[in-house]
Design a protein around this ligand. Structure first.
Ligand code: AHM
Ligand code: MG
Length: 326
């Protein structure tokens, strides 16, 4: 892991500056990432002022997945769509909160990227001031056709960039462009995301598992066997119930994060395109592994925008330990 060092003692490389000096980031991609970061600043402000601004709690709608929408889900979704719609490089947008992918008609054919996101993951935790986050995936906008969603139904290996913004006790942007993972922190004094770590790497092993163990009896037998192994081997359990926060801890501290198939969600609960794929790319780029059962998660060919998947991701040795039991 490379810690940023400066002569002043302050970390002063902004996200924008850092992206401008990368050969693997064209102007369109940089513009999109800056728009996502800008949306994140607006969302974090609303999250922080949630009780003051009266945006705690649910709206009457359920979303396309049949889940209760929180006021902040709706707000965050609208902010991201507004910001990304202003960006000429975006041709397609897909969100957890929208039934269909939005093809930006006026740019059909020349918006060269597709952006997929979960605007506010873990939002059922928002009323309790628990860390929540925005997860995003950026793909090349191939074969845009308003009648299909082909542009976004690409395996995770095709992601040009992926990342998340964690609205926790500080606001972090974790990003990969397919060549390592960089971490930025939002500086409240300047309103800028500042680079704090390049080439973030995940520990290869750590005896921590992160799973909703209350569903144990609903998991396939292999996962139950893994939990028995973990109990017998001195593992600790850590589960926030907010994927961004659980994956972020796993990235920095090591361990394994799992969301197996359950009787209620036989395909798993998490969404492949805008939750599992971006997190899998971050973890792989940091030196870890991400699987669905025994298959590499990033190679799954998606069939539906809101497709669900099981997830095993984290330190390579810990992911291997789970896979050995399946
Ligand atoms: P959401 O996108 O509706 O917020 O749901 C996803 C969240 C993840 O953040 C978290 O990992 C998971 O749901 C927790 O699910 P459970 O409460 O079943 O453990
Ligand atoms: Mg989510």
């Amino acid at each position: 892991m490379t810690e940023q060092r400066t002569t002043s003692g302050e970390k002063l490389i902004t996200l924008d500056n850092h992206l401008r000096h990368r050969s693997d980031c064209d102007a369109g991609l940089a513009a999109i990432l800056n728009e996502i970061a800008f949306a994140g600043k607006i969302i974090q402000n609303k999250v922080r002022r949630a009780r003051i601004a009266d945006v705690v709690g649910a709206v009457e709608n359920v979303n396309v997945q049949g889940e209760q929408q929180q006021k902040l889900d709706v707000f965050s979704n609208a902010v991201l769509i507004d910001c990304l719609s202003n960006c000429a490089a975006v041709g397609v947008i897909a969100s957890e909160e929208e039934e269909q992918a939005l093809i930006l008609e006026r740019r059909k054919g020349d918006g060269e990227y597709g952006v997929l996101f979960d605007p506010l993951d873990g939002s059922s935790n928002i009323d309790f001031a628990v860390g929540v986050g925005t997860i995003f995936s950026i793909l090349r906008n191939v074969g845009v056709d308003a009648s299909t969603q082909a542009a976004i139904l690409q395996p995770g290996t095709q992601q040009v960039a992926a990342g998340y913004i964690l609205y926790g006790s500080s606001v972090l942007l974790v990003l990969t462009l397919g060549d390592g993972v960089d971490m930025y922190v939002l500086d409240p004094a300047t309103g800028s995301f500042l680079l704090v770590q390049e080439k973030v790497s995940i520990p290869t092993a750590k005896k921590i598992y992160s799973i909703n163990e209350a569903y144990r009896n609903d998991f396939p037998k292999g996962y139950q066997d893994y939990l028995d192994f973990a109990h017998a081997s001195g593992y600790a359990a850590r589960y926030i119930g907010s994927m961004v926060a659980d994956v972020h801890r796993t990235l920095l501290k090591g361990g394994v994060f799992l969301y197996p198939p359950t009787k209620k969600n036989p395909q798993g609960k998490l969404r492949l395109l805008y939750e599992a794929n971006p997190m899998a790319q971050i973890i792989e780029q940091a030196g870890g592994k991400a699987l669905v059962g025994k298959t590499r998660l990033l190679e799954v060919k998606p069939e539906k925008v809101h497709q669900r998947t099981a997830v095993i991701l984290g330190s390579s040795q810990e992911v291997d330990a789970v896979a050995r039991h399946l």
